[in-house]
Design a protein around this ligand. Structure first.
Ligand code: ADP
Length: 405
């Protein structure tokens, strides 16, 4: 069953056409610079055929039209008729407190997503634009929303409440939500399969380390705590985001430097993290390379990054009363041998250690702990699109909500 998976951002639409039953990606691509000069569509088909088209793409509706044209194209496409798309699955960033699983998109769902815009002003409006564009270009084809937040919605109140007046929670829904839910869910399920155990029997810590980074404590299949919070700013050090910080710091800096709210938001989200500490780059490859060249600030950035991951491993093992395995994923988690080693050094008391030959092997999905380790350490490439495609397939065939486990 062909599912078109869409991830609509402010000026980009990423897409994959997935044969969900066979778990096979037929083609993938992205439209970049929507509404700007020099917009492009890049498409890579499973057989290696690659095409890049430049054009004027003014909005998301036009972007979807370009995508459909390439999917249907004689030379580069994978379908011959729009009707071969059984459904569209959308990555939607924020489901608020309403959605604990993926849902068929109805007028009522769209209304709730609009109500949630305040919680994710940088993301949900674009997700909604993508949904409207598909209503126009693919009329009658069902659409499903898969939320970044829903996997974490079962975490207990003690994990999601902040130490603020309770009225701020009831009035403005200020609480921890957590993000990267599809990724944490996917790797937790894959880890259980690799360990030949039921997810319900495992206490896992999943580390999604990309440009944005988050960790989750997945206790018997349920995310009971996660490091991102009300927004994706909290928790680990990230490419350009500060992660955990004493909130007074920002009030202090705003006062000292006369920053507006917008400037303060930019400082925390765009000029902090690896970039902010190193002054070199938000890209972990450059941080590692400069650290190896002896750059002090790159070394500080690397050390803050890995130290914080170790602290969260300790915290989440305590939260779950034990630990059965640790999983690394995301661009950094999947590729950086140095980061994985540094996160596991000195953690033998948890049963965590790394076998360096396994760690540096070319395998993508693998165990990196020595055979027989008390707490296995795994690397699992994430596949959020597959999660979206499979949820979408289930919903349009069962016609019922799919709840996260
Ligand atoms: P996003 O969060 O935008 O999806 P990714 O998951 O692709 O991002 O991760 C991007 C990060 O992965 C960047 O910091 C990049 O430096 C890092 N990365 C990719 N390959 C490597 C590598 N071989 N070593 C270290 N970091 C890497």
């Amino acid at each position: 069953m062909n599912i078109l998976v869409l991830n609509c951002g402010s000026s980009s639409v990423k897409y994959q056409m997935i044969e969900a039953g066979e778990r096979k990606t037929l083609t993938r691509g992205s439209v970049e610079r929507i509404g700007m000069s020099g917009a492009t569509l890049t498409n890579l088909r499973h057989d290696g055929d690659e095409i890049r088209i430049a054009g004027e793409i003014v909005d998301h509706t036009q972007a979807i039209e370009y995508i459909l044209a390439i999917l249907l194209s004689k030379n580069h496409g994978v379908i011959t008729d729009k009707g071969q798309i059984r459904a569209v699955g959308h990555r939607v960033v924020h489901g608020g407190e309403t959605f604990s699983g993926s849902v068929l998109i109805t007028d009522e769902v769209i209304k709730i997503l609009r109500d949630n815009i305040e919680l994710a002003p940088l993301h949900n409006p674009h997700n909604l634009r993508g949904i409207s564009a598909c209503e126009v270009s693919l009329p009658g084809i069902p659409q499903v929303a898969v939320f970044d937040t829903s996997f974490h919605l079962k975490m207990p109140k003690k994990a999601y409440l902040y130490g603020l007046p309770y009225s701020l929670y009831t009035q403005y829904k200020i609480r921890r939500y957590g993000f990267h839910g599809s990724s944490h869910r996917y790797v937790a399920e894959r880890a259980a399969a690799m360990l030949s155990r039921e997810p319900e029997a495992l206490r896992l810590i999943t580390c999604h380390l990309g440009n944005g980074c988050s960790m989750a404590a997945v206790d018997r299949g349920i995310s009971v705590d996660t490091s991102m919070g009300f927004t994706p700013l909290e928790g680990l050090l990230m490419g350009t985001r500060c992660g955990d910080i004493d909130s007074s710091v920002i009030l202090f800096v705003m006062g000292k430097e006369g920053l507006t709210l917008g400037e303060a938001t930019t400082l925390l989200n765009k000029h902090s993290g690896l970039q902010g500490i190193s002054g070199i780059s938000s890209d972990m490859r450059e941080i590692v390379s400069e650290m190896k060249n002896g750059d002090k600030k790159a070394t500080y950035a690397f050390e803050v990054f890995t130290y914080r991951i170790k602290k969260y491993i300790g915290a989440y093992a305590a939260a779950m009363g034990g630990l059965d395995a640790v999983v690394f994923t995301g661009g950094i988690g999947e590729n950086s041998v140095d980061i994985r080693t540094a996160c596991c050094v000195g953690m033998e008391f948890f049963g965590i250690s790394v076998d360096e030959s396994l760690n540096s092997s070319a395998e993508k999905e693998k165990f990196i702990s020595p055979a027989g380790a008390r707490t296995p350490v795994l690397v699992i490439p994430t596949n959020e699109e597959l999660v979206i495609a499979i949820d979408t397939m289930r919903i349009v065939t069962e016609k019922g909500p799919v709840s996260d486990r």
